[in-house]
Design a protein around this ligand. Structure first.
Ligand code: PEP
Length: 244
C-alpha cells in the first residue's frame, strides 16, 4: 500500500510571532509542495497567522490539542470547530506531555479524536511507552492498550508512536524495536478498521534529527515522523522533510 509520507512538526510551547520567519523559510524552500505532506503545529495563538501565511504553500497547519466538546464553559480550552474555522487541518492528541502534565487518559483522547473528526480535522494520535514499561517488557502491551482506548470509531487518523523516553533526550530505539512496534501497530489498526487500517499513516517520533531521519523513515511501516525540537529550525526540519 502506497501511503504519502507525513512529516509533522510539534512546536510545543515554543515560538513567538517572529517565529513566523522560520515558517516563511520552510514555505520558500518547499515552494508549493513536494514529495510528502508537511504539517506545522505551533501554539494556539499563532495558528491563524500561520494558516494565512502558508496558503497554497503545501504546508498544513495544525494544533497540539483540542477540547472534546463543541463549545461551552471550558475556560482555557479550544474547540476542534474553532481550529477548523481558522484553517487548521489537523490536531495532535494524546501527546505524552499532555498525558503526563494534564492527566489525559485514553478515553479522553478518544473523545477528542471524535470531536476532531466531526470538525473535519485529522487527528494525530500519540502513543508510547515509558522507559520503565520498556525495561519490564511491557512496551507493546502498553502501546496496544493505549491504541485500543484512544482510537476513534472511524479510520481517518494518523498514529504517532513516540516512546516517552526518546522524546527530547537524543535517545532513539533500535531500528528493530521501531520496526517491531510499527508492525504491531499496523496489525492493530487493520484489526480495528479492516482494510482502511492499511491506509493509516504511522509516524515515529522521539529525537528524530537530520542525521537519523533517513534511516528511521526507511523502516517498514514508518510513514514519516512527528518532530519536536528539530521542527523549530527551518533548516533542520527541511532536512528531515527531504529524508521522508
Ligand atoms: C515530540 O515531543 O513529539 C517529539 C518527538 O520531540 P523530539 O523530536 O524533540 O524528541
Amino acid at each position: 500500500m502506497n501511503r504519502t509520507p507525513l512529516v509533522a512538526g510539534n512546536w510545543k510551547m515554543n515560538g513567538l510571532p517572529d517565529s513566523a520567519a522560520e515558517l516563511h523559510k520552510m514555505i520558500g524552500a518547499l515552494k508549493g509542495g513536494g514529495h510528502c505532506d508537511v504539517l506545522v503545529c505551533p501554539p494556539f495563538p499563532l495558528i491563524a497567522t500561520f494558516v494565512h501565511d502558508s496558503v497554497d504553500s503545501g504546508i498544513g497547519i495544525g494544533a497540539q490539542d483540542c477540547h472534546f466538546a463543541e463549545a461551552g464553559a471550558h475556560t482555557g480550552d479550544v474547540s476542534a470547530a474553532l481550529l477548523a474555522a481558522v484553517g487548521a487541518s489537523a490536531v495532535i492528541l494524546g501527546h505524552s506531555e499532555r498525558r503526563a502534565d494534564h492527566g489525559e487518559g485514553d478515553a479522553l483522547v478518544k473523545a477528542k479524536a471524535e470531536a476532531a473528526l466531526a470538525a473535519g480535522l485529522m487527528p494525530v494520535i500519540c502513543v508510547g511507552e515509558t522507559e520503565a514499561q520498556r525495561d519490564s517488557g511491557d512496551a507493546e502491551a502498553t502501546v496496544l492498550a493505549q491504541l485500543d482506548g484512544s482510537l476513534p470509531d472511524s479510520a481517518g487518523v494518523v498514529v504517532a508512536y513516540e516512546p516517552v523516553w526518546a522524546i527530547g533526550t537524543g535517545r532513539v530505539p533500535e531500528n528493530s524495536d521501531i520496526a517491531a512496534m510499527h508492525h504491531a501497530i499496523r496489525q492493530a489498526v487493520v484489526g480495528r478498521y479492516g482494510d482502511a487500517g492499511r491506509a493509516i499513516r504511522l509516524l515515529y517520533g522521539g529525537s528524530v534529527k537530520p542525521g537519523n531521519a533517513k534511516e528511521i523513515f526507511a523502516i517498514e511501516d514508518v510513514d514519516g515522523g512527528l518532530i519536536g525540537g528539530a521542527s523549530l529550525k527551518a533548516d533542520d526540519f527541511l532536512a528531515i522533510v527531504a529524508a521522508a
